[in-house]
Design a protein around this ligand. Structure first.
Ligand SMILES: C[S@@+](CC[C@H](N)C(=O)[O-])C[C@H]1O[C@@H](n2cnc3c(N)ncnc32)[C@H](O)[C@@H]1O
Length: 270
């Protein structure tokens, strides 16, 4: 996460009123921010290590998401400071729910929504508990969370099983080869293993830290990110940016070894 600890006012034509001073102190009080947003003329993370993030990323795929979301519902999983939630609300979404595990990020998101006067619901909830929402959403946003999870495929399975209805906006950090090998439906046990091929799906396990962050657990290569999406029941429709995918929900049949979604356990006796 960025050490963006200094919120600053940098819009010259904004008058520095008492209320702006109080907003700045509320923004500072909730820092550091990972999402750089301009709230009442004040930037929340002006020194972000990725630049004007997430705006610079969003710029590359903003036109791949419907501009008019009137009548649509949106779930933003791992919403952080609420950048994507607020952007979707600005597009007219009827209902936007943002969830995250981090209370400070949720407070940032609530403050941003208050200042922008946008009606978005922010809940403290891990992706593991999304079945409790008891609702499917037209657009599910799952950006920048997969590699922070110890059980990444389960998260995709849960999204498919419980909350996805139509579109999934997905992003994951990727490392390793950008090649994508043509996969076969089966591989011979005694034949030379396909696993050395650079384009074979690979998930890299981080036992300690990656980029000084102990919450990074599994980083896929490109082939693996795509294979995981397909395997969980999401058809890839577009890849507008190296790490970003627009997917559609597809029905899946239960495989011979049982349902994908194994959590929460039903508790029933066998
Ligand atoms: C790298 S940030 C991505 C934020 C935002 N989605 C984006 O793309 O800019 C990862 C976010 O996921 C949240 N997160 C981590 N583990 C989570 C979990 N198990 N369930 C829900 N959110 C989680 C973190 O608190 C953080 O806000």
């Amino acid at each position: 996460m960025a050490e963006a600890n200094e919120a600053e006012q940098d819009t010259p034509d904004v008058v520095n009123t008492d209320s702006q001073t109080s907003i700045k102190s509320r923004i500072d009080g909730l820092g550091p921010w990972f999402h750089n947003m301009t709230l009442a003329g004040i930037r929340t993370a002006p020194n972000h290590f990725l630049g004007d993030y997430p705006e610079v990323k969003f710029e590359r795929f903003r036109n791949d998401i419907p501009h008019d979301l009137h009548g649509k519902t949106v779930l933003d999983i791992g919403c952080n400071g609420g950048f994507y939630s607020l952007e979707m609300k600005k597009r007219g979404a009827e209902r936007v729910v943002g969830i995250d595990t981090d209370e400070r990020y949720l407070s940032q998101a609530r403050l941003a929504a208050e200042i922008e006067e946008l009606d978005v619901e922010f809940l403290r909830m891990p992706v593991w508990d999304i079945a409790a929402l008891r609702e499917r959403f037209d657009l599910v946003i799952f950006m920048g969370v997969l590699y922070h999870l110890r059980h990444p495929l389960l998260a995709l399975d849960l999204i498919h099983e419980h909350v996805a209805k139509d579109m999934l906006l997905f992003q994951s950090l990727q490392r390793g080869s950008r090649e994508v090998a043509e996969l076969q439906t089966d591989y011979e046990f005694m034949a030379p293993a396909p696993f050395e091929e650079s384009g074979y799906p690979k998930l890299h396990f981080i036992e300690q830290r990656y980029s000084n962050d102990a919450t990074n657990w599994w980083i896929p290569n490109r082939a693996c990110a795509e294979a995981m999406l397909r395997s969980a029941g999401f058809r890839i429709e577009a890849q507008p940016e190296e790490e970003v995918y627009i997917c559609r929900y597809e029905e899946i049949t239960t495989p011979p070894d049982g349902p994908h979604c194994v959590y929460p356990a039903t508790g029933k006796k066998l």
